[in-house]
Design a protein around this ligand. Structure first.
Ligand SMILES: Cc1cc2nc3c(=O)[nH]c(=O)nc-3n(C[C@H](O)[C@H](O)[C@H](O)COP(=O)(O)OP(=O)(O)OC[C@H]3O[C@@H](n4cnc5c(N)ncnc54)[C@H](O)[C@@H]3O)c2cc1C
Length: 656
């Protein structure tokens, strides 16, 4: 099947459910041409179709589609799930009910993405994988810190990915199940007057609110468990149906002339005592503590929640501008205010396992596929209306913790997976896993698992039960730069693991041999202690620096992947907060190798033949594919970094 034959219209009839991906590595196929993209978009709106195929929708045209993996919800979890599945060869349809991707990280909400490194409090624990690729592209291409450019980057990634079909402004509203499996879903795009009936092998719910799971009849939980249920010390005494509130953010700018503000008449009147625990020290970026509605139904009451949040935002801005307490705000004016309440909590789908506070504190678990590490960060459900309470209680786990596969698939719907804030967690565990960097790495894990299921014709649960498959999934994730605590590269196909390594130069703390020690990151130790090193490092002399892998017997090689340093010890996120942005490099990261070549030597020869020459790299993971060569040795020659005087490489892998 060529890259988009899986898109079929009602007129064409049949569809193919499974595509066998083989061991296709990420981005195996070249990006589609502009003409291909246009053709695919036209196929989503076939001219020949007449409206009325569905009786109670006389004006809507019905388009039949099929794919291997259907991802519902285009937040960071859904984006990473779709990219991961597609890069492993699955035909993917991503359905997103808004015109922008990124969910709460998009320009519609403008929440900055945080994760295991707790902003700057747990340095060294930035996530890897697809999220890191997105962050690096964003830092290099968006120094202006525009959230709209972030939206565009996500759009670009998806339309440029062979195997992904993107349906924007399209809402999943129904699912049909048979024998405990989802068979098809219904999606509507009222902007184009289309209904889509989509069949798939595996379905991933990344809608945040678990709409797909709800429609499929999947078990779910809402609210907070009582302490007795899981014995969690941080749980509420008694169970209830409350959760974290939603929030609306704003941004403002200094216009260097007086900028008066008159609030709308429905703005709340804010008094100083309401801000006792809610601090205003800058106002270029709104306040996460403007939160409301966690003691209501955050889905059904969304309209009321929007009104209350906007009235609080306007009230707080009125207080900043007109109370007299902040004379420095004179020249400042709001230039953006959110209209979509950023949701933190609603439904959580129940998997074969429910992650709890104990798992986060223990840190490791057998079927680990991703890491988390944000605080267990709970908020009083009443939000801003509980001014006598601190707006949150954040408890940090000792280390980063592993997230298992069993919380990413439904207990009762066999081919339904979940990724994002709706994974199978207790409320307490959810208060940590909910942050978007964690949602993103969970998305990568779910998408990869879904693609492996499709490839092998098995269900997500089978990946857990068959330990051989589980190990294969974990190793696949590691090869794609996903971090899993305690796991290292054990890939039997990686020829580099059996190579001799030498380099033109190396620093004593970071010898060349570390590029095949199985680790792709340094591990932070205690405060003021140097990290545990797992990279090669060499000063860049006038000729650059080189590192070489050699074998006793020549090896057939057609793929090489290199993991560079991108400064994990620093925070990297797109934020409108000047304080958070402090120290972040909005450019290619200086540690990253910029210009390099990859060469090989044939048996008995002294000459190096070039396989690749790269300029202007800013990515951490680079993959090179070429016609197979018989190589006695492979050499990476670094000639320039993005600023650092030393070259650094974490890992080199070679495959036949
Ligand atoms: C103000 C605020 C502060 C927060 N603080 C942070 C923070 O500092 N850093 C951080 O990382 N996280 C933070 N969070 C938490 C975080 O934003 C959410 O938990 C996170 O967005 C969840 O990611 P997700 O991909 O699961 O869902 P979302 O980001 O909500 O994405 C889900 C997407 O699915 C779409 N969708 C929903 N239903 C359907 C449907 N039926 N069909 C098609 N598409 C659908 C939605 O439009 C949405 O775009 C905060 C949240 C808020 C509101």
């Amino acid at each position: 099947m060529n890259r988009r034959e899986f898109l079929t219209t009602a007129a064409a009839g049949g569809y193919s459910l499974y595509v066998f991906a083989g061991d296709a590595p990420p981005a195996a196929e070249p990006p589609p041409s502009v003409e291909q993209i246009r053709r695919d978009l036209d196929r989503l709106a076939p001219a020949a179709l007449k409206p009325g195929a569905i009786a109670h929708e006389p004006n809507m045209r019905l388009v039949e589609l099929a794919c291997d993996v259907l991802v519902a919800g285009g937040g960071l979890a859904g984006v990473c799930a779709a990219l991961a599945a597609a890069r492993h060869g699955a035909k993917v349809i991503l359905v997103q009910d808004r015109s922008r991707l990124g969910g709460n990280s998009s320009s519609e909400v403008k929440m900055h993405v945080v994760g295991a490194n707790c902003h700057k409090a747990r340095p060294g624990w930035r996530e890897g994988g697809i999220l890191e690729e997105l962050r690096l592209d964003d830092a290099a291409g968006n120094p202006q810190r525009s959230f709209e450019m972030w939206d565009l980057l996500l759009y670009d990634k998806l339309v440029s990915e062979p195997n992904v079909t993107l349906l924007l402004d399209s809402t999943l509203y129904r699912a049909r199940t048979r024998d405990g499996r989802v068979e098809e879903v219904m999606v509507r795009c009222d902007l184009t007057e289309h209904l889509y009936r989509i069949r798939a092998g595996v379905f991933i719910d990344s809608t945040g609110d678990s709409r797909l799971g709800l429609e499929a009849g999947a078990e779910y939980r809402t609210g907070r468990e009582g302490r007795a249920e899981f014995g969690e010390s941080l749980a509420a005494e008694e169970p209830d149906d409350k959760t974290l509130s939603s929030s609306i953010l704003f941004t403002s700018r200094n216009y260097r002339r007086p900028m008066p503000f008159r609030p709308p008449k429905w703005a709340r009147k804010i008094r100083r005592e309401q801000l006792r625990f809610r601090h205003i020290d800058s106002w270029e970026y709104g306040y996460w503590w403007i939160a409301w509605g966690g003691d209501r139904d955050t889905i059904r009451d969304n309209e009321r929640i929007r009104f209350e949040l906007l009235s609080i935002v306007m009230g707080v801005w009125d207080y900043i501008k007109n109370s007299g307490e902040f004379p420095d705000s004179r020249d400042w004016a709001m230039d953006w205010v959110g209209f979509i309440p950023g949701k933190r909590g609603s439904r959580r789908l129940v998997g074969d396992y429910i992650l709890t506070q104990h798992d986060l504190e223990r840190g490791t678990i057998e079927d680990a596929v991703a890491i988390g590490g944000w605080y267990m960060d709970d908020h009083p459900p009443g939000g801003f209306d509980r001014p006598n309470l601190e707006p949150n209680r954040a408890v940090r786990t000792k280390g980063v913790y592993n997230i298992p596969l069993r919380v990413l698939y439904s207990r009762n719907i066999a081919n339904l997976m979940m990724a994002g804030r709706n994974i199978s967690c207790s409320h307490v565990a959810f208060t940590s896993t909910r942050v978007m960097a964690t949602c993103a790495v969970v998305g990568q894990a779910a998408g990869t698992a879904a693609a492996l299921c499709v490839r092998d014709g098995v269900l997500p649960r089978d990946l857990y039960r068959d330990k051989r498959r589980l190990r294969a999934l974990q190793q696949t994730l590691l090869a794609d730069d996903q971090t899993i605590r305690g796991l290292t590269n054990q890939d039997p196909d990686d020829l580099a693991r059996r190579a001799r390594v030498r380099a033109g130069a190396e620093t004593p703390a970071a010898p060349a041999a570390l590029v095949i020690d199985g680790h792709v990151r340094d591990y932070p130790r205690g405060k003021n202690q140097p990290p545990e090193i797992h990279h090669w490092e060499a000063p860049l002399g006038p000729e650059g620096a080189w590192i070489e892998l050699a074998w006793e017997e020549p090896r057939k090689i057609s793929r090489i992947q290199i993991t560079f340093d991108t400064g994990f010890h620093r925070e990297l996120t797109l934020t409108a907060s000047n304080r958070i942005n402090h120290g972040i490099v909005r450019a290619p990261q200086p540690e990253t190798v910029r210009d390099y070549t990859v060469s090989y030597r044939t048996p008995g020869s002294k000459d190096w033949k070039q396989l690749a020459a790269v300029k202007d790299n800013h990515q951490r993971l680079r993959r090179h594919r070429f016609e197979p060569v018989q190589a006695e040795a492979v050499r990476i020659h670094v000639t320039k970094t993005n600023g650092d005087p030393k070259a650094r490489i974490f890992e080199i892998r070679c495959y036949a």
